[in-house]
Design a protein around this ligand. Structure first.
Ligand code: NAP
Length: 247
């Protein structure tokens, strides 16, 4: 089960997990986009908004119906960033969106699906965090606060689930070229492209590869954390850029 499978890291995870032989169910708000991903690999697409408790309950009920033996994997991937405002100009609605999707969405999905993950006898929760979960940068307070919170949730879960057959992993990427920056800059494609100017970012498949690798370790092996950056990025704000042609 992968949240946010309609684009980027989620879509790549749906494709790679399907290729690895998993029966994948995925959810997102844009069902048409989701179906474009699932149709080609035989996965199941269901409408899901992780910010809506009723949507999460309905989704979890369907997952339990389709996986009577229990769910083996939950990838909490849905999320993202909105805006780059400094703290003195921060907009409540952007912070609320970031906490709702990255943190509360993960909480709701995990709470709803934990019984079936335990029932499987070998469950696994993979949360897609970020280097923003342990770094900060100017203009990034809302997103870094949300990913710090997600990291705290992940680490707490690992303590609370000790003794249960459920592994808990955080994958924390640096810059990955997806629709992330387009969403962050409210559809401004030019500004989004500039984020990756002159450097080689990670691809969504690079992170999906980590998801599949952590998942396919033997059930007694828990990969706690994977921090994955492009070679061109040493820290959130320290990126090596080459001159772009025409400059
Ligand atoms: P993306 O291409 O924008 O994908 C985000 C996905 O999340 C979409 O499929 C979107 O689907 C889904 N989503 C957003 N809000 C949702 C909601 N309320 N309910 C259900 N699904 C929702 O960006 P991405 O880079 O793949 O991001 C995936 C995750 O990686 C995010 O948690 C992000 O914070 C994290 N991350 C990204 C980067 C990066 O540089 N790209 C780095 C570190 C971590 P719908 O819009 O169809 O609902």
């Amino acid at each position: 089960m992968v949240t946010g499978g309609s684009s980027g890291i989620g879509a790549a995870s749906v494709r790679q997990l399907s290729s690895a032989g998993y029966e994948v169910i995925t959810g997102a708000r844009r069902l048409d986009r989701l179906r474009d991903v699932t149709d080609s690999v035989g996965a199941t697409a269901l409408q899901l908004d992780v910010t809506e408790p009723e949507s999460v309950s309905a989704f979890a009920a369907t997952v339990e119906e389709r996986a009577p033996q229990g769910l083996s994997l939950l990838v909490n991937n849905a999320g993202g960033a909105l805006g780059m405002d400094r703290v003195e100009e921060a907009r409540d609605e952007q912070w609320e969106w970031m906490f709702q999707s990255n943190v509360l969405g993960t909480l709701r999905m995990t709470r709803a699906l934990l019984p079936t993950l335990i029932a499987s006898g070998a469950g696994h929760i993979i949360n897609i965090g970020s280097i923003a979960g342990f770094e900060t940068y100017p203009g990034g307070a809302g997103y870094t606060a949300a990913k710090h919170a997600l990291r705290a949730l992940t680490r707490t879960l690992r303590l609370e689930l000790l003794g249960q057959p459920v592994r808990v992993t955080e994958v924390a990427p640096g810059l990955v070229e997806t629709e992330f920056s387009k969403v962050r800059f409210d559809g401004d494609a030019e500004r989004a492209t500039k984020v990756y100017d002159g450097m080689t970012p990670l691809t969504a498949d690079d992170i999906a590869d980590c998801v599949v690798w952590a998942t396919t370790r033997p059930p007694h092996v828990n990969i706690d954390e994977m921090v994955v950056r492009p070679l061109d990025q040493a820290a959130a704000t320290l990126v090596h850029r080459r001159p772009v042609s025409g400059e």
